[in-house]
Design a binder for this molecule. Structure first.
Ligand SMILES: Nc1ncnc2c1ncn2[C@@H]1O[C@H](COP(=O)(O)OP(=O)(O)O)[C@@H](O)[C@H]1O
Ligand code: SF4
Ligand SMILES: [Mg+2]
Length: 370
């Protein structure tokens, strides 16, 4: 079966510095040899710390920016070879929802105008039927049709994200890239939006690439997960399998950051110590080697390949076969290795320690997910 979208060996480096003659002298290796595919109707989650390249992948996949190398095919067609009309048709098939519903809706347009724009652009619905279609779209995302006359500032964050989803649905896409779609929303309404996305997927047969730094959110929605670190995918697996038993040391550390509800525990951020690698100058060999508790000499020189093991996992680690099972690595009794503890803190990031992505320092560190 042909995948809906297939990405092979995608590379995007941004110029970080130039010589006095304008020649590039330093690059940010935002995406460095990334491959994955998404089937019709499924959700692939792209997860990893802030700055690992998730949004760059999203923009590449939609051809909002051009890659330096690699291939992207959509329903078997070479996306990078499309002419203007082919690209226009693709823009109907693939849509994106951004993190910030405040910035993504034009404040000077009514909801009706916002939703009519894509209908008119792609000439989807005859003019007399557009009002009816706008009302249908609003109902589809759980909003009242009378809201069509209002402006974005009259809505809450959750309602605005529903409007952004309605705008994406207006062109009847096959694929929606959701780039941190609930990260800017109150924790209390995140699950409503996630449930809406899941419900729409079932009803409309949509595929999602769901980008998030928050594993608790991903657990709610993903069929498959690709874990990214510093511009490369380190592991892909079926979501249930990955959450039950992550193999790559980085996946194990990320998954240990999923919080366990503990009402009386005091929450404060662990201060990150040690070196934080940057995409400007990523470590040689395995890009995780400066933070990996299992590093050996080989890891410092030889980049591991993402290899499938025949059980649905693909893992990029020289030591996959010899590592102990995850439970032995992330103990539940509070005795936690300092390296992993720093990683968990790093993953939560400044200002991101919240009820859904927090680090609990009052006693135990959250255990691996059962
Ligand atoms: N237009 C750009 N110019 C230069 N650097 C960029 C640009 N876009 C992203 N980057 C850099 O590329 C890296 C990956 O960024 P991004 O894809 O936004 O990560 P994520 O979405 O995972 O947080 C970061 O180091 C970021 O600073
Ligand atoms: S290749 Fe080496 S450094 Fe990289 S994750 Fe595996 S053990 Fe750790
Ligand atoms: Mg991003």
């Amino acid at each position: 079966m042909t995948a809906l979208i297939e990405v092979k060996n995608l590379v995007k480096h941004f110029v970080a510095d130039r010589s006095v003659f304008g020649r590039p002298t330093a690059f940010i290796k935002a995406v460095d040899d990334v491959s994955f595919s998404v089937e019709a109707g499924e959700t692939l989650a792209l997860v990893g710390e802030s700055g690992c390249g998730k949004s760059t992948v999203s923009r590449l996949v939609l051809r909002l920016i051009e890659p330096d190398a690699g291939h992207i095919s959509f329903e078997g067609r070479d996306l990078l070879a499309l002419n203007a009309s082919g690209l226009r048709a693709f823009r109907r098939d693939a849509q994106i929802i951004f993190q910030d519903p405040y910035a993504s809706l034009n404040p000077r347009m009514t909801i009706s105008q916002i939703l009519t724009e894509p209908l008119a652009l792609h000439d989807l619905v005859p003019r007399p039927r557009r009002r009816e279609r706008v009302e249908e779209l609003l109902r589809l995302v759980g909003l009242e049709p009378r809201f069509a006359r209002r402006y974005p500032h009259e809505f809450s964050g959750g309602q605005r994200q529903r409007i952004a989803i309605a705008r994406a649905l207006a062109v009847e896409p096959k694929l929606i890239i959701c780039d941190e779609p609930v990260s800017a929303l109150d924790v209390s309404i995140r699950s409503q939006i996630l449930n809406l996305l899941r419900d729409l997927q079932e009803r409309l047969g949509l595929a999602y690439i769901f980008v998030s730094h928050d594993l608790a959110v991903v657990k709610h929605i993903a069929d498959r997960v690709a874990v990214m670190n510093l511009g490369v995918i380190v592991e892909t697996a079926d979501a249930q399998a990955l959450f039950a038993s992550p193999r790559h040391p980085y996946s194990r550390a990320l998954l240990s950051a999923i919080p366990v509800p503990k009402p009386r525990a005091k929450r404060s951020r662990i201060v990150l110590q040690g070196e934080m690698p940057s995409a400007l100058n990523p470590p040689a060999g395995c890009r995780f080697h400066t933070r990996c508790p299992y590093v050996i000499d080989r890891c410092r020189v030889e980049p591991p390949q993402l290899l499938e093991d025949g059980t649905g996992y693909a893992t990029a680690c020289h030591r996959t076969a010899e590592l102990p099972p995850p439970d032995a690595i992330v103990p539940t009794d509070g005795s936690f290795s300092p390296t992993l503890e720093r990683l968990v803190a790093a993953f939560s990031g400044p200002g991101e320690v919240s009820a859904s992505s927090g680090v609990d320092t009052a006693g135990t560190v959250p255990p691996a997910v059962a």
